[in-house]
Design a protein around this ligand. Structure first.
Ligand SMILES: [Zn+2]
Length: 157
């Protein structure tokens, strides 16, 4: 069976790195043939752009370097389920598959934010179907990063 764990662990590590750099806890990697070819983390604050989600940053990097045919054979791994904006970006990028650890519902429980649109509602209903895997066994490991960040960030503790 395919092992998603190493790539999700790298995405989770990037979500921690984003917090250390002053941004929100989200990270993503792009994988082709079992190797990570691109890495991105959230940069909404340091980049002064609230659309700088990890997946958006990754998709934009990928689009500059690869064509859609190549990206069709790639998998985007992300620490937390992509929002509706990022799911749309993944759709348009041509990326063939997306795997996430923590669900958007779980993020909503912790942070109380989000568009509350399941990624599958976007990615599995388009003219081009993008395969979706998640949440996975690493969901709580990814959620712990949110629990450490959001209550403090939102001034709830
Ligand atoms: Zn997003």
């Amino acid at each position: 069976m395919e092992n998603h764990e190493p790539f999700l662990r790298e995405a989770i590590a990037l979500s921690k790195s984003a917090v250390e750099n002053g941004d929100e806890p989200f990270g993503s990697v792009l994988v082709k043939d079992g190797a990570v070819i691109l890495r991105a983390e959230n940069s909404v604050f340091t980049g002064h752009d609230m659309t700088n989600h990890a997946e958006m940053n990754l998709v934009k990097m990928a689009a500059k370097q690869y064509d859609t045919a190549f990206l069709g054979g790639c998998t985007l791994y992300t620490s937390t389920e992509p929002c509706a904006m990022c799911s749309g970006a993944i759709y348009w990028s041509g990326i063939g598959r997306m795997v996430f650890a923590c669900s958007e519902v779980r993020l909503g429980e912790i942070a109380g934010i989000g568009l509350n649109v399941p990624s599958r509602a976007v990615l599995e209903t388009g003219a081009r179907v993008v395969a979706v895997v998640g949440p996975t066994d690493l969901r709580e490991e990814a959620a712990e990063v949110h629990q450490a960040f959001w209550p403090k960030h939102l001034g709830k503790i």
